[in-house]
Ligand binder design. Structure first.
Ligand code: UDP
Length: 343
């Protein structure tokens, strides 16, 4: 029988891509998700238990029924702006929910936990690239809730003999290269999907927040990493802990920064559509540049991003917005995606 992994938030963007890869590697992903932000149609590789991570009884029943050997804990709220307006929700779900997941792990003898953290825990970094030893001084309730999650996990690990892999994602983007899963958040606030929405006419224009940053072209620079690369890093983290490897906290990024204008250029070139642009003021809390030193993940996990060049990101994401077909390595167009957008 296949080894089972409990995947909280497995109906979400990164969680669903990870479930697909877990299944391909011979695991059975058991998704635990309240579907508040995730999409039921993205759960295709194992059972779905609909529940909130703060609902300890439902969580316990799911674990008793499926007996997972490890937990990958994605479930969280993840919008910086929303976290400023509704910090109560962010601390309740991201901190309270994480404690409930850890308590359930502990009560059931599940020792290995993989936790979704974020480059937002670094806040406005003083030096680039960002290393794991850089100061973690988050500037939003979201970033603080993720940092608190990290600290709580570390304390549980040292007191209760658990092991963790804390994965600090930079900018997740792209979509399953086989066209089975896409990126569609509700609401969609992320740059690349919004640029594609503007290219396809779903919105009138893309707003660019700030053109006077201290960067080469004046727009913000970020480290965009393909969701399938992120998913593969989770598999590597799981294998690492499973093989008796030590707990770790690593950045998941490419080490390269690219600007908003470079993304617009790539989308126009790849989709052959003009992208209407409106220039706006800076968004509060945005650092000018943010990119990872990916060296520690390479050394500790053997993880290197492979699909995270901007062309592959745009080509895999575009079909979900009715744009250019995905090109497979063979050059043959993939079937149209079957994953539907969340309403
Ligand atoms: N951005 C933008 N217009 C948008 C959405 C985002 O100019 O409609 C900018 C945003 O200010 C940031 C970058 O694009 O500099 C990436 O933003 P996103 O929200 O995708 O991710 P974040 O870096 O906030 O995690």
């Amino acid at each position: 029988t296949r080894r089972r992994i409990l995947v909280t938030g497995g109906a979400g963007f990164i969680g669903s891509h990870t479930c697909k890869q877990l299944s391909a590697a011979g695991y059975l992903p058991v998704v635990y998700d309240n579907l508040s932000r995730g999409n039921e149609k993205s759960v295709a590789w194992g059972p779905l238990v609909v529940g909130d991570i703060r609902d300890r009884r439902t969580l316990q029943r799911a674990i008793a029924a499926h007996r997972p050997q490890a937990i990958i804990h994605f479930a969280a709220l993840a919008y910086v702006g929303e976290s400023v307006a509704e910090p109560a929700d962010y601390y309740s779900v991201n901190v309270g929910g994480t404690i409930a997941v850890l308590d359930a792990a502990r009560a059931n003898g599940i020792d290995n936990i993989i936790f979704s953290s974020s480059c937002a825990t670094y806040g406005m970094p003083r030096a680039l690239p960002v290393r794991e030893t850089s100061a973690q001084k988050p500037v939003s309730p979201y970033g603080r809730s993720k940092l608190m999650g990290e600290e709580i996990i570390k304390d549980y690990a040292s007191a209760y003999g658990m092991k963790y892999a804390i994965l600090r994602y930079f900018n997740a983007c792209g979509a399953d290269p086989e066209g089975e899963l896409g990126e569609w958040h509700t609401p969609e606030t992320h740059l690349i999907p919004r640029v594609l929405m503007a290219a396809s006419g779903m919105i009138e224009a893309i707003e660019i927040f700030g053109t006077d940053y201290e960067t080469a072209d004046g727009t913000c620079v970020r480290d965009y990493i393909h969701v399938s690369d992120l998913a593969r890093a989770h598999l590597k983290a799981l294998l690492h802990l499973d093989a008796g490897g030590e707990s770790l906290a690593v950045n998941l990024g490419t080490g390269r920064g690219i600007s908003i204008k470079e993304i617009l250029g790539a989308v126009e070139r790849i989709t052959s559509r003009a992208v209407p642009v409106v220039y706006k003021a800076r968004r509060p809390g945005d650092p000018a540049g943010l990119f990872a030193d990916p060296g520690l993940a390479r050394r500790r996990l053997g993880f290197v991003a492979e699909l995270s060049d901007i062309d592959t990101i745009v080509r895999t994401a575009a079909p979900f917005f009715g744009l250019a077909p995905v090109l497979r390595a063979s050059g043959a167009p993939a079937a149209m995606p079957r994953a539907k957008r969340a309403s």
